[in-house]
Ligand binder design. Structure first.
Ligand code: LLP
Length: 421
């Protein structure tokens, strides 16, 4: 049985292991549903980014939204990464995990004044500003505090990343970024504002991108702008090319990070921009295939039209299938040799959209532990408490060692902030 995209997952006999840890045992110890991540897989995914950028000024800013567990952030902080954040909450996580504010870029189309102030006081490296209106407010907040906001404009290069419409961000019709034809005027404006210092340019065109060409197109558009902006007398120090590199969920063949970066750097050099600091904001490609969601089979319901395998994880634990019709691999952590049927793997939540996988061929019995693969990114971070379901526990694996890096949420915690009238 193949395990798409997950080099640290393996079969030992009939049992599924992550590194040296038998996954079914983790559920016995810590309950179900359970997110499990491989620390080595994360570092192995980071290595090609680091290798490709070695020897030139660069910063890899892990996109916290992909997986914001403190131990995950700690792993990347210790490996030298900076962070891409989108809220004061994510900033607090980075600082709690030992991350360096001076390596943080603050992205997002709707930063509040209070979030701007917190980020300024923490001393973040850069605000990726997405509109003129945001720029004006940031100027007021910074000047009011007697601080300077270092900014990049997130420019919208109007290229099609060829990905799911919900996670495509670089097209004219998206809410993200400053339109390409407005960018020069906005940079000119930025250069005149108190409390603002222009330091770079930023672009992020989408997520789960499996081709190099949209990146190269976007880079050309960005470099055109850099040349125009500098000709107008505003200096650009860094190029932030965003995140978005895809992973293998099933049979996708995204470029390897080092190959992608080599091509981008070649273009940067060829166009005479080799002296600039280069930044990336990868999320999914660092953590997606490092994690699985383990879930126990509650009941099997064989029907006339469909067979349902009811598990104890649901759309509140892993939203990607319900929200994007995302296909994520599902395997039994203890392979059975007989009784394979086609199942819809569904959760207990009261919605027909509550499924984790449809029409999956599985040999399964009640009590088995299934693993949803490639669940390290946008799994736990998008979990909710719908149906008053506490969020899953999380475990980190490194070799044979395991740590509970987040306790399972209790009902007491869920209702603690509520009051009777
Ligand atoms: N930088 C910015 C400004 C972003 O908006 C994002 C992701 C990233 C970096 C990281 O992108 P990545 O390398 O992870 O593709 N929930 C969706 C994905 C949403 C991505 C949002 N922005 C999913 O589960 O597929």
């Amino acid at each position: 049985m193949t395990l798409p995209g997950s080099p640290f997952l393996s079969w030992r006999g009939q049992e599924l292991f992550l590194e040296n840890v038998k996954l079914a045992d983790l559920v016995r110890q810590h309950g179900s549903p359970l997110y499990v991540y491989s620390r080595r897989a994360m570092l192995a995914a980071l290595a090609p980014y680091q290798r490709a950028l070695q020897g030139r000024p660069h910063l890899i800013c892990y996109a916290v939204k992909a997986n914001s567990n403190l131990a995950v952030l700690q792993t990347f902080a210790q490996a030298g990464c900076g962070f891409d954040i989108v809220s004061a909450g994510e900033l607090a996580r980075v600082l709690a995990a030992g991350g360096d504010a001076a390596k943080v870029v603050f992205s997002g189309v709707g930063k509040t004044r209070s979030e701007m102030a917190q980020a300024l006081q923490a001393g973040v490296k850069c605000f990726n500003v997405e509109s003129t209106a945001e720029l004006e407010v940031l100027s007021q907040v910074a000047a009011g505090l007697g601080l300077t906001a270092r900014v990049s404009l997130r420019v919208n290069p109007d290229v099609d990343a060829g990905t799911h419409p919900y996670i495509s961000t670089g097209l004219k019709g998206n809410k993200f970024g400053v339109a390409h034809d407005q960018a020069l005027a906005t940079y000119r404006r930025a250069a005149t504002l108190p409390g603002i210092q222009v330091v770079g340019i930023d672009c992020h065109i989408g997520s789960q991108i499996t081709d190099v060409s949209p990146y190269l197109d976007a880079l050309d558009r960005v470099l055109d702008l850099v040349e125009a902006i500098e000709a107008a007398g505003v200096t650009i120090h860094h190029l932030d090319l965003g995140g978005g590199l895809g992973i293998t969920y099933t049979d996708e063949q995204p470029p390897k990070a080092d190959e992608l970066i080599a091509q981008l750097l070649a273009k940067i050099d060829a166009r005479g921009h080799g002296q600039r600091e280069v930044m990336f904001e990868p999320g999914r490609s660092l953590v997606g295939n490092a994690g699985v969601l383990l879930t126990e089979v509650l009941f099997l319901k064989e029907g006339e039209q469909k067979n349902f395998c009811v598990v104890d994880a649901a759309m509140n634990d892993l939203m990607r299938p319900a929200l994007y019709e995302a296909w994520m691999g599902i395997v039994n952590t203890q392979q059975r040799s007989d009784g394979t049927l086609t199942w819809d793997v569904v959760g207990p939540v009261c919605e027909s959209g509550d499924w984790l996988g449809r029409d999956r061929s599985l040999a399964v019995q009640a009590g088995d532990v299934l693993a949803v693969l490639s669940a390290g990114a946008y799994g736990m971070t998008m979990a909710s408490n719908y149906n008053t379901r506490g969020r899953a526990a999380e475990v980190m694996v490194d070799g044979s060692q395991t740590w509970v890096i987040r306790e399972r949420e209790t009902v007491e915690q869920l209702i603690a902030n509520e009051r009777l009238i």
